[in-house]
Each structure stands twice: as structure tokens, then as C-alpha cells.
Write a protein that binds this ligand. Structure first.
Ligand code: ATP
Ligand code: MG
Ligand code: MG
Ligand code: MG
Length: 471
């Protein structure tokens, strides 16, 4: 079953259960400054869950574009190294706004997996929050899953909260056992970090409201929020273990192979690069299609960083010229039918990627040499000084995460405090420059605000001061 068919099957199934099927919302969570990118299906329903907004429906289903490459959820470092993480992915979700609760949520999920998709129940493993006897009983007594296929897990993985206060509640997660050939054990065991049991679906039961003082009060209308990774369930359905082996990614990796001459399986290192490229192509293209532009701050800086990491992997595959932009065509072939915004913005997306690539390629080789030189100077177990990290950033356009990625697995540290001090010096210089201009009312106010409140985690809304300065 192709990925696109699985997406449709999911939405059709929940439409058949009376859910209103809605489009994915933008990757930019408009009106929610607390969030860098949309990172889950529930984001477009936040106000509904909070009771601040009502909609003409009480249940809904979506396939939501998500990016987890910044802020609270950041899977960037996992990409290419685990079988199951992307920076961009689609989250299939069904939602109940005060309508059905645990029993139906569990029944639907089980029926969809075992009847609609015909998965072998033997392969499924379930977790519940350790205190959630109700969910445990539904799974064991009503669905009838054997007690050796269910585990009670603590709050870290199985209790969800929207924030420090507000809606929260226990989760129940469904895992797929990819079989003995893969290393790893079921959740709740010491071997769980392996990739054998892969989490496919998270059912969140919004049951409480957490008050300012930390007490949990039952919500008058409990709700349901679920999320299943489309790429992960596609891997299961296509009989592959690694998400990057599904039809959609194969299409992208083949296109990358046509341009680079490197094929999957040539070497472990080039496989990582091909996967990273395919992943980063998706996040960069979809972010651009949703109106994010490369910049030195906030969302645009995350976009730029992802693209520069992709450029470096292109370089590892032997590419000396801009080429990533050409892969957008393959992406549109794979995903443009479902996501019209991608098709519509194809020309713009290609142009922006091309300009970014060309700009960065000019300094890439020199920067790479400098990284190698700095690593050699630092020596085994040594540290690269902040001034060098800053020069790499400021002169060669190497964000520190790129430098760190290049040095991954080598025993060399980065003096991040030193880097921050250099940034600070430049920031002050920029401030001084503005201070004398006589027209600096706004930037000054911005600087003062920042001085009073300190830097915020998400800085996308502050004024950009100059190239190379993250305000
Ligand atoms: P994991 O533990 O594997 O990192 P998670 O618990 O962080 O996943 P949730 O926040 O519960 O994930 O999101 C719901 C579902 O979305 C997951 O069950 C998974 O199928 C999918 N998902 C989450 N993160 C990613 C990702 N980076 N790439 C692909 N799919 C993902
Ligand atoms: Mg995660
Ligand atoms: Mg998890
Ligand atoms: Mg989860």
C-alpha cells in the first residue's frame, strides 16, 4: 500500500466514523508565539481544547504537516541515524472535542490497525500511564490484548501536558514489533532504546486541567488527541523496517542518486547523507511553501541551518554545485497532489533553495578546511575555541550545529560559551551603531526589552539587526 493510499485510508476510516476531515494547517502556527513550528496534529485545535473556541463539529481527522527541528521537540540530530525520525513528517490524527473518550479512541485505533490495515495483533504492543487503570482495563478486558503485550509506563513518556498549566492527561501508545532480526526490546525494558519496537500511535486522553498551584481538576468534557506517524505506519505496511525505505523516500533518494551518482547501499556514510538530504529537502521545501524565508533569526534561521546541513551532505556525496533545488520536482511528484501549496509554490521554492545553495557553496569548502584545521589544532580530547566557532559562523556561514554535526563522533569539544561571548560582542557593536543613527527608536526599544527580559527561546518576532547577529 502506497503512503498516499494509507493517508486516504486513515481519513476515510474516520470520516466513516462521523469525523470531519480537515486539511493540514500551516507549519507556521499563526497566533501561537509559544511555538516555533507546528509539531503535532493538535496544534490547529489548541483553542478548541482550551474551550476558547467552538467549531461546527465535535470530532475531526487530519493528516498534519509537522516539523520537529527546533524548540521543545527537536529531532534534527536523530535524522539519518534512527530508522524512525524525520525533521518533517505527517501526523495522522483523530480528535474528539468533548465527544468520545478512552473506550472509543482505543477501539478505533485497534480496529483501524487490525481490521482496516490487517496488522497481526501479535506484532502490536501497548503502553498505558502507570496510574491509568481505566485504559489498562479497556485494553486487557475489552480489546483482549494479553498482559504480556501491555506495559505501565511513568509520566515522562505517558503523561501529556499542553503547558505548565491547562489541559493534560495520560497517554496510551501503540508500538509495532519489527521482529527479532532488529535489536531492541519492548517499552519499559532496559532494551527499549533499540529500534525493534517502534512507536506508531500515541493516544492522548485529555482528562484534567492543571491549575496554577499544580492541582489536577477533572475537565468537564474530556477530549481525545491522537497522533500516528504516516511514514512509520507506511514502513510497517510496506514490510520495511526503516522509514527511509518507504515508497515516498525511495522516490526522493532515487532522484538524489540520479544527480549525484551515489546509490543507497554504496556505503554506510553515503546512505546517511542520502537520507539526510531526502529528509531536509522535505522540511525546507514545506517550510518555504508555508512562507518561511531563510534568515539569521527565528524560524528562518532554523530553515537556513537545515538547508546548510543538507548542502554539506551534498558535498559529502561529491557535489560541488547547487543541485538540491532540482530535487523539488521529485518531491512535488511524490506529495504535490495532496499538498497543493507545494505544487503552487514549486518555482519559488526552487529559486530560494538555489540562491541559498549558491551563496553557501562559495564558502563551504573554505569553512570545511577551517573546521578540519581547528580540529587538528585542538587535538584528540581538545576544544575548539569560541573565536574559531564565531569565525566559522560569521565569515563562512557555518552555524554551530553544522560544525558540531561535522565533528560528530570525534572526540573534540566546542567552546559554546566562548562563541556566545563573541556573539554578544558583535551584538553590542551593532547596538552602538544603531544608537547613533538618530532613527533608532524601534531597535533601541527592542534591545531594551531584550535586556530586561533576557533572550527568549524563540526569537522569530524580534527585529533583525544585521547579517550575522541573532537578535
Ligand atoms: P519518539 O518517541 O519515537 O520520538 P514521540 O513520542 O516523540 O516519538 P509523539 O509526540 O507521541 O512522538 O507523536 C505522535 C506520533 O508521531 C509518534 O507516535 C510517531 O508515530 C510520530 N512521530 C513523532 N516524531 C516523529 C519524527 N521525528 N519523525 C517521524 N514520525 C514521528
Ligand atoms: Mg520524540
Ligand atoms: Mg515516544
Ligand atoms: Mg509518543
Amino acid at each position: 500500500m502506497r503512503t498516499s493510499e494509507i493517508r486516504n485510508k486513515f481519513l476515510d476510516y474516520f470520516a466513516g466514523k462521523g469525523h470531519t476531515v480537515l486539511d493540514s494547517s500551516s507549519l507556521v502556527p499563526h497566533g501561537d508565539p509559544s511555538l516555533m513550528f507546528t509539531n503535532a496534529g493538535m496544534v490547529q485545535f489548541k483553542q478548541v481544547f482550551l474551550g476558547h473556541e467552538t467549531r461546527p463539529y465535535v470530532t475531526a481527522a487530519t493528516s498534519q504537516k509537522c516539523v520537529r527541528a527546533g524548540g521543545k521537540h527537536n529531532d534534527l540530530e536523530n535524522v539519518g541515524h534512527t530508522a524512525r525520525h524525520h525533521t518533517f513528517f505527517e501526523m495522522l490524527g483523530n480528535f474528539s472535542f468533548g465527544d468520545y473518550f478512552k473506550r472509543e479512541a482505543i477501539d478505533y485505533a485497534w480496529e483501524f490497525l487490525t481490521v482496516e490495515l490487517k496488522l497481526d495483533p501479535e506484532r502490536l504492543f501497548v503502553t498505558v500511564f502507570e496510574e491509568d487503570d481505566e485504559a489498562y482495563d479497556i485494553w486487557t478486558k475489552e480489546v483482549g490484548i494479553p498482559t504480556d503485550k501491555i506495559a505501565r509506563i511513568g509520566a515522562k513518556d505517558n503523561f501529556w501536558s499542553m503547558g505548565d498549566t491547562g489541559p493534560c492527561g495520560p497517554c496510551s501508545e501503540i508500538f509495532y514489533d519489527h521482529g527479532e532480526e532488529v535489536a531492541g526490546g519492548p517499552p519499559g525494558t532496559p532494551e527499549e532504546d533499540g529500534d525493534r519496537f517502534i512507536e506508531i500511535w500515541n493516544l492522548v486522553f485529555m482528562q484534567f486541567n492543571r491549575e496554577e498551584d499544580g492541582t489536577l481538576n477533572p475537565l468537564p468534557k474530556p477530549s481525545v488527541d491522537t497522533g500516528m506517524g504516516l511514514e512509520r505506519i507506511s514502513a510497517v505496511m510496506q514490510g520495511v523496517h526503516n522509514n527511509y525505505d518507504i515508497d515516498l523516500f525511495r522516490g526522493l533518494i532515487e532522484a538524489a542518486g540520479d544527480l549525484t551518482g551515489v546509490r543507497l547501499g554504496d556505503s554506510n556514510e553515503s546512505d546517511v547523507s542520502l537520507r539526510v538530504l531526502a529528509d531536509h529537502l522535505r522540511s525546507v521545501s514545506f517550510l518555504l511553501a508555508d512562507g518561511v524565508l531563510p534568515s539569521n533569526e527565528g524560524r528562518g534561521f532554523v530553515l537556513r541551518r537545515i538547508l546548510r546541513r543538507a548542502c554539506r551532505h551534498g558535498r559529502l556525496l561529491g557535489m560541488h554545485e547547487a543541485f538540491i533545488y532540482k530535487l523539488v520536482e521529485a518531491l512535488v511528484r511524490q506529495m504535490g497532489d495532496h499538498f497543493a501549496e507545494l505544487k503552487e509554490s514549486q518555482a519559488n521554492v526552487m529559486q530560494v533553495i538555489r540562491i541559498e545553495e549558491e551563496r553557501f557553496i562559495n564558502t563551504l569548502d573554505k569553512g570545511l578546511k577551517l573546521v578540519e584545521q581547528a580540529a587538528a589544532d585542538a587535538g584528540e580530547g581538545g576544544t575548539i575555541p569560541g573565536e574559531t566557532l564565531f569565525a566559522l559562523y560569521d565569515t563562512y556561514g557555518f552555524p554551530t550545529d553544522l560544525t558540531a554535526d561535522i565533528l560528530k563522533g570525534r572526540n573534540v569539544g566546542l567552546d559554546m560559551d566562548g562563541f556566545t561571548s563573541c556573539m554578544e560582542v558583535q551584538r553590542q557593536r551593532a547596538r552602538a551603531a544603531w544608537g547613533g543613527s538618530g532613527e533608532s527608536a524601534l531597535p533601541k526599544a527592542v534591545f531594551e526589552l531584550r535586556e530586561h527580559h533576557g533572550p527568549t527561546e524563540f526569537v522569530g518576532y524580534t527585529t533583525q539587526v544585521s547579517e550575522g547577529v541573532i537578535t
